[in-house]
Ligand binder design. Structure first.
Ligand SMILES: [Zn+2]
Length: 181
């Protein structure tokens, strides 16, 4: 069972996130706490989708952010390790989001090929070849299940790091906590 826990007031933040950068992410983004002019050093690494409907309200210098289709962190291990080892972060927020285009990307073959030909001047055979080569790799299925699997995978790689799977709701721009029980 997967449960979503909203944060409309501070006491809804799960105890395991209290006094961590995840709590501060919720205070800044969901609860609109006044942002400090700077957080001086990075406290958090955020992994999120490239989708244009998402914008985080966080202070300058607060977070490293890795954006990629579907918040798929495969292939970004060096960046993650760098943010931890050199950037000094000990916490990761992995953001799934509602209505993610990568959930069912393999169904978008026709519009992918047509759009790439019309808008970019791409050769249609090359567009088809690119789609057939990558669509399955980028398809994430259910975004929440996917982010939980990514959380578990990264937790295996970085056992001492706190990793929080969260959901960004594009409908109201609020973050929610994803809990598996
Ligand atoms: Zn997405």
């Amino acid at each position: 069972m997967v449960k979503l826990i909203p944060v409309q007031k501070p006491d809804q933040i799960l105890p395991k996130y209290r006094n961590t950068p995840i709590e501060r992410l919720f205070l800044y983004h969901n609860l609109r706490e006044k942002l400090p002019p700077t957080s001086i050093h990075a406290e958090l690494l955020i992994g999120m989708c490239m989708d244009n409907r998402k914008d985080l309200i966080i202070p300058n210098e607060f977070a490293y952010i890795i954006r990629g289709a579907g918040a798929n962190m495969h292939g970004n291990e060096f960046e993650i390790s760098y943010a931890i080892a050199v950037g000094g972060v000990s916490t990761i927020a992995l953001l799934a989001h509602t209505d993610c285009g990568m959930s069912h990307v393999s169904e978008k073959r026709d519009s992918f090929i047509r759009g790439l030909v019309e808008r970019a001047g791409y050769d249609s055979d090359k567009a088809a070849e690119q789609f057939d080569k990558y669509a399955e790799i980028y398809q994430i299925g259910d975004p929440i299940k996917f982010i939980l699997a990514e959380t578990a995978r990264l937790q295996g790689l970085y056992p001492k790091i706190l990793i929080a799977p969260l959901l960004y709701k594009v409908e109201d721009d609020q973050l929610e906590q994803i809990v598996e029980n």
